[in-house]
Design a protein around this ligand. Sequence first.
Ligand code: HEM
Length: 285
Amino acid sequence: MPHGDYEKVRADIKAILKNEDYDDGSLAPVFLRLAWHASGTYDKSSSTGGSDGATMRFAPESTDGANAGLEHARAFLEPIKKANPWISYADLWTLAGCVGIEAMGGPRIPWTPGRSDKDGKKLSAKDVPPNGRLPDAAQGQDHVRDVFYRMGFNDREIVALIGAHAVGRCHPDRSGYDGPWTHTPTRFSNQYYKLLTTVNWVPREWDGPLQYRDDDDELMMLPADMAIVHDPKFKAIALEYAKDNDVFFKDFAAAFGKLIELGVPRQGGAGGGCPYAGAAQKPRL
Ligand code: HEM
């Protein structure tokens, strides 16, 4: 396996995060979303999907509506791949998400190299996950559970992961939704839970899909975000994270570390929910 200086790649990623011409001035949120969508196709029952292979370079994953806009994230990382050709895209994309989280003030995510890229010339249809595995923002708690249970997550991990909506924004030309979840879309914190559980969210009247707005119509929540307060079990966890940022950071780091390992083959066993997972590669809980 080609091996190089990962600390240099971390530094290269960090150096491009600040970008005044892009969104709220940082590429970190879209890198975080790239790492999540590359990984979130995992299906534990068939051991398919996940970040290994970097299959988002290929159809139908590259053209999945859920991935609209992520071509920008991939293009921003292309010069770093050219400068460090030994790193796989799969490692680069997941690392960019982790570096982004940390640079926004979030926790250090456990990240291990070793993902490989599938060869586009030798692909068969089953090598690229089908569309429809990523969550649909228009749906509620049953759908959210279906999607994340399929990956092997529990309720606590689901609520922790969605807290990433503290950063970034929705783009009408990508998802059809519009606006940020918090007033600090480049600061990683438990703001999302504080707002979700205290603001009086009402349906926004606008020429677009159902989303919720705060009093000033500056912030938004998706129907799938509202599922977290509509479901009593999810809500209790969100209230805990709203109260305690340290607990959120600890749980988020573990859950995100697990997400980016899903389906990644590891020596001495396989990572991410594989029934043969060896002691060295137990999901990091
Ligand atoms: C029920 C689960 C989820 C749904 C339905 C959902 C849906 C969405 C949608 C519709 C957008 C807007 C995309 C755009 O217009 O550019 C978005 C953005 C984002 N999502 Fe999620 N998401 C979910 C879970 C997650 C998770 C688990 C993470 C990471 C751990 C995450 C991280 C992000 C980030 C960082 C952005 C902002 C991207 C940017 O600013 O370009 N989301 N999400």
